[in-house]
Design a binder for this molecule. Structure first.
Ligand SMILES: NC(=O)c1ccc[n+]([C@@H]2O[C@H](COP(=O)([O-])OP(=O)(O)OC[C@H]3O[C@@H](n4cnc5c(N)ncnc54)[C@H](O)[C@@H]3O)[C@@H](O)[C@H]2O)c1
Length: 364
């Protein structure tokens, strides 16, 4: 039950998702102490520190790779694991040491700390656990400004509604996806062996204000930022037409789900869910360009890069059926409302954000 969570440790607590969950959990569970734990590796995470302090969240500067750092954070009875190198493209150019050490070994360190304290564990995983070749083989056709499945198309773990947890897991998925899938296994094994209540959410694209969108992760914010602040954008991959599709979930809708999950952990311990915006909140890059132009009044010339990045997939939409019925939950915000909120945030905080989200960098 939520009321037993007196001390909540959020790793990656200064990151986009971690800082939002830390502040919202502190707000909605006023009796709980919330500790945000982060090594501030992600550029822009340092901007969260003032917001965390103002919201009554304690910040601990530490690294999930170091057991001693986690020990310094003290006892906790809920771990929300949001620390990661979160880019699917990580490791393709150069080594993967940081990625594996943080995303896999860091999870192991966190789980040991959770075991010592008998804590519940909520692990933020990713849709990238699903293999690249499997997702690329979905029978997609152009439909207006996007690729889509036929309404009657269906196969193992997928349908017009999206991808479900039954999607086959055989085949390469990127080292990012592999470290997350391996972490999921560890999370549930710790649950089975040590009696911890564990829950895994495989999230599609998450977004909202305070996401430090980069070329390789956080495209939704980056797209809006480049429209407002200027800079280059390009449709990359799958012919360079911008027809690729993702579903988008506002981080506040994720928080609403997390509250319900914490209240029902007894019933769903050991479970894994796909979580995302779903078909109703899906958008192609080309559609996103149109929406950004309408909201900002600026039209950008979008470049085209025909080559497809090794880990890229043309279409991912979350099938929310299982998580929706387990927790009586559905995303409340439309993709247009989310984009509008992000544009307003970019506009209101331009001085702070332009050095991070502005013209440097290049293509998506
Ligand atoms: N944002 C998305 O679209 C998305 C989608 C699916 C899953 N996820 C998952 O959600 C979680 C949060 O992602 P995010 O978007 O907030 O990313 P983020 O980069 O904004 O946040 C991650 C935080 O972890 C911190 N961190 C990195 N290495 C660390 C280490 N060794 N020790 C301590 N802290 C470390 C970073 O400084 C950063 O603040 C990740 O696990 C990610 O895989 C995110």
């Amino acid at each position: 039950m939520t009321r037993n969570h007196r001390t909540i440790l959020v790793t990656g607590g200064a990151g986009f998702v971690g800082s939002h969950l830390s502040l919202s959990l502190r707000r909605d569970l006023p009796d709980a102490t919330v500790i945000a734990f982060d090594n501030l590796r992600r550029r822009g995470s340092e901007l969260a520190l003032a917001r965390l302090a103002a919201g009554g969240v304690r910040f601990v500067h530490g690294d999930v790779r170091a057991a001693a750092d986690l020990a310094e954070a003290g006892a906790f009875d809920l771990l929300v694991d949001c620390s990661a190198e979160p880019s699917v493209h990580a490791g393709y150019e150069g080594g993967a040491e940081y990625l594996v050490d943080t995303n896999l070994m860091g999870t192991a360190r966190c789980l040991e700390a959770a075991r010592r304290h008998g804590a519940d564990v909520l692990f933020l995983s990713t849709s990238r656990v699903y293999p690249i070749a499997g997702l690329r083989s979905l029978p997609l056709d152009p439909a207006g400004d996007r690729l889509d499945l036929a309404p009657t198309a269906t196969g193992p773990g997928w349908s017009h509604a999206g991808v479900a947890t039954g999607f086959p897991l055989d085949g390469p998925r990127s080292l990012y996806g592999a470290t997350k899938l391996a972490s999921e296994l560890l999370v549930h094994e710790y649950g089975a062996m040590y009696g911890l209540r564990t829950l895994v959410d495989r999230c599609g694209v998450l977004t909202g204000p305070w996401q430090m969108g980069k070329v390789d992760q956080g495209f939704f914010v980056l797209w809006a930022a480049r429209h407002l602040y200027g800079g280059a954008l390009a449709y990359r991959g799958f012919g360079g037409d911008g027809l690729q599709v993702r579903d988008v979930l506002h981080v506040a809708d994720l928080h609403a789900l997390v509250l319900r999950q914490l209240a029902a952990l007894d019933r769903h311990a050991g479970c894994t869910f796909n979580v995302g915006g779903g078909r109703g909140c899906s958008i192609s890059l080309r559609e996103l360009t149109g929406a950004c132009a309408r909201l900002t009044g600026r039209t950008l010339e979008i470049g085209r890069i025909a080559d497809t990045a090794a880990a890229d997939v043309p279409w991912y939409v979350t099938d929310n059926t299982a998580v929706g019925s387990a927790f009586d939950w559905a995303p409340a915000r439309s993709v247009e409302d989310t984009l509008e909120e992000i544009c307003r945030w970019l506009y209101d905080h331009r001085t702070l954000l332009e050095p991070i989200l502005g013209t440097r960098g290049g293509h998506l």
